[in-house]
Design a protein around this ligand. Structure first.
Ligand SMILES: [Zn+2]
Length: 94
């Protein structure tokens, strides 16, 4: 699934509920999910990690949708290399 399709799927599934909740409370849920990802990374198994990455990505898509940001467009920032030095791989600090 491409990033734009994922964002659209999240908007279709949860968009109405997310907009009713609002950006601030959605951001709080996003940070909660980041905590769950942290636990999965350091104490979970691979299935836990996949699930928590999906949940963090879902909440990130929700925030982007509410903020009128297209994630695929935002990701273009890294399409041509490091945004700071322009190199691939990054040459910053070398
Ligand atoms: Zn760089």
């Amino acid at each position: 699934m491409h990033l734009a399709e994922f964002q659209q799927q999240m908007a279709t599934l949860y968009g109405e509920r997310d907009r009713a909740r609002g950006l601030a409370r959605s951001f709080a849920w996003f940070t909660e999910e980041c905590g769950e990802l942290s636990r999965a990374l350091f104490r979970g198994d691979h299935a836990d990690r996949e699930r928590e990455f999906a949940d963090v990505l879902a909440w990130l898509a929700s925030l982007a949708e509410q903020a009128d940001v297209d994630l695929a467009t935002a990701a273009e920032r890294y399409a041509s290399g490091c945004p700071r030095c322009g190199s691939t791989p990054c040459g910053c600090g070398r």
